[in-house]
Every structure is written in structure tokens, then in C-alpha cells.
Design a binder for this molecule. Structure first.
Ligand SMILES: [Mn+2]
Length: 319
């Protein structure tokens, strides 16, 4: 164990998203047992008390927490939140600069639940590319063309779960170029994701769909040029990480359920070290009529029998 190199993992949060980050980490701990995890906790102004909550979870689950405070001056080029804070969405862009000694790192959003060992994701060969990521339907809404710095043929990826090669990103001067592009494009939508696509649309390794099962996957056919029907079905049958993209978050009471694995979120939320009040709210959602999986609008070649209904034995929280 001592000689095993650590898995580097980066998560970014403000006080509003702390519970969700803790839920994501609880799911990671449940499926991971080998190499130690170094968690780089990106934040701007988390209290010491809050950071201690991550430390406590790390102590019981065997990962080390390294708080990583975002220097405000680095983020001047990006639109800030209405109250003046840095948007936590853009923290990830600075990783190549913030962690000069780290080579490979997994970045995860906090609306993600892992259902397999993160070590399998971290060890995926990127074949010299800057990053590994999975394509996303959200790219359909992004304007293309030379003036938008994104060609028509780009297969737009989701940046919520990525394996990054920080050396390759540093060589490409990724963060400085993100700053320049942000100034040029002002308030573009999905800014972090669109900037990374502008830089790396032709320099990313396509991850198997099972490593980022986005919200729309169950109710839609895969976009042409992304995954085949067979690959999509396999991913639905054997997910590695599920991602509650878009507005239908499984913790929002009035939102209907579009993600086939929303129940896994409810499970880990009830296991995670979060407040009882939050757990009650999530339990109510899990037991409300809105928890029923909304069927696809169109004909899709999979159904509820393709969902992984059996929990693997190792889902038990080990810590
Ligand atoms: Mn996300």
C-alpha cells in the first residue's frame, strides 16, 4: 500500500455544494480499496469547519485531503458570480497551474455518483491526449464556426468527469489560452466546458460511455458520431459513474426523474456524512411520485430490464 502511487482526484465546491461533494466522495470510497486517494479540494472561501468535514470523511475512508484555495487574481478573465465570488465551475481550468507537480488527475463534479472503482478510470490510457472525456448532447446548443473557435465537426465533450494529463495541458499552455478565449467570448454558455472544447476538441481521448452516464442517456438515442446503440446499452447495463447533468437533479423535490440511476444517488446521500435535515429532504424526494423514472419519449432499444438492479456486494460502505 505504501509504495502504491496515489490517485489524484480534484473536486471543487463552495458552501452551497458541500453536501453533494461529500455524497460523491462517499460513493467513491465505497467502490475503491487499493491505492491511496489524494483529494485536491478546490475552494475559494470554505470555512475551516467545512474543510474539517472532508478531513473527517477522508480519515474514515482512507483518503488524504489537500485544500486548494483559489487565488482570486487568477480568475479575473472569467465572469464571476453575482456576489463577486469566482464561479466554482471555472476552478478546474486552473488545475495545470495550481498543481505543477501532478501529472495525471481525475476531475469530478459533485453531481456524480461512482458505481465502480475510480482506479479503473484513473488508469485509462489517454494515448498522449490532453484529457479523457465522454461526448455530451449539450454540445448541440453551442454555436459553431471559426468566429466561435469551435468547428462544425467537433464532437463536444462533457467536462464533469475527466481524466487530465496536466503535463500535456501545461505544454499546450491551456490555462493562459482559456483566459484569452474567455476575454474574447465574454459570457458564453457552459463556459468551463465550452472553453475546454475549444482547446481540446481534437485532442481528447473518448472515454467509454460507462464513465459518464449523463442524464439524457436513457430517454434518447445516442447522437450520431458519439456512441453506438450497443455501446450505450452496455453502459446502461454496467455504469462506472453516473452524472446528474442538467436541471433534473435527484435532490430537487419538484423535478421529475430522468436519470435511470437516480436511486443510487438517494442511497449514497443517506449513507453520507451530511445533516439529518438534508437527508430527510432527500428521503422525501426518493419516496415521492417524482422519483418514478420518466419513460423515454421516443422508441429506444432498452428498458428497465437493462438497468443494473442488483447492488454489487462491494457497495457496502467499508469505512
Ligand atoms: Mn455536473
Amino acid at each position: 500500500m505504501i509504495n502504491t502511487p496515489p490517485i489524484h482526484l480534484a473536486l471543487g465546491t463552495d458552501e452551497n455544494y458541500v453536501d453533494f461533494a461529500l455524497i460523491t466522495l462517499t460513493s467513491i470510497a465505497a467502490f475503491h480499496s487499493e491505492a491511496p486517494i489524494h483529494l485536491h479540494l478546490m475552494h475559494e472561501n470554505l470555512s475551516e469547519q467545512t474543510i474539517a468535514r472532508f478531513g473527517k470523511l477522508g480519515n474514515t475512508c482512507g483518503f488524504q485531503v489537500f485544500p486548494l484555495k483559489m487565488p482570486r487574481e487568477m480568475f479575473q478573465a472569467f465572469p464571476s458570480l453575482p456576489d463577486g465570488r469566482i464561479s466554482p465551475l471555472v476552478y478546474r481550468l486552473a488545475l495545470p497551474v495550481l498543481l505543477p507537480d501532478v501529472e495525471k488527475i481525475v476531475y469530478s463534479d459533485s453531481d456524480i455518483i461512482f458505481l465502480d472503482d475510480i482506479a479503473k478510470l484513473a488508469s485509462i490510457d489517454l494515448h498522449g491526449h490532453a484529457l479523457g472525456a465522454a461526448p455530451d448532447r449539450a454540445g448541440q446548443r453551442v454555436p459553431r464556426g471559426p468566429e466561435h473557435d469551435l468547428p462544425e465537426e467537433a464532437v463536444y465533450f462533457n467536462d464533469g468527469l475527466m481524466v487530465l494529463d496536466l503535463n500535456v495541458m501545461r505544454k499546450a499552455n491551456a490555462f493562459a489560452r482559456c483566459q484569452q478565449l474567455a476575454k474574447k467570448h465574454g459570457k458564453i454558455g457552459m463556459i468551463d466546458q465550452t472553453l475546454l472544447n475549444m482547446l481540446f476538441w481534437n485532442n481528447y481521448e473518448r472515454l467509454p460511455q460507462r464513465w459518464n452516464l449523463i442524464n439524457s442517456i436513457y430517454r434518447n438515442l445516442p447522437l450520431p458520431g458519439t456512441y453506438t446503440i450497443e455501446e450505450t446499452r452496455e453502459a446502461i447495463q454496467n455504469p462506472g459513474a453516473v452524472h446528474f447533468t442538467g436541471h433534473h437533479k435527484p435532490w430537487l423535490f419538484w423535478k421529475t426523474t430522468h436519470h435511470p440511476y437516480a436511486d443510487r444517488f438517494w442511497h449514497f446521500a443517506l449513507e453520507a456524512p451530511i445533516s439529518t435535515w438534508t437527508k430527510i429532504k432527500i428521503w422525501l424526494k426518493a419516496h415521492s411520485p417524482h422519483s418514478r423514472l420518466k419513460p423515454p419519449k421516443k422508441d429506444v432499444p432498452w428498458g428497465s430490464t437493462d438497468l443494473k438492479c442488483q447492488w454489487p456486494e462491494e457497495h457496502e460502505i467499508k469505512c
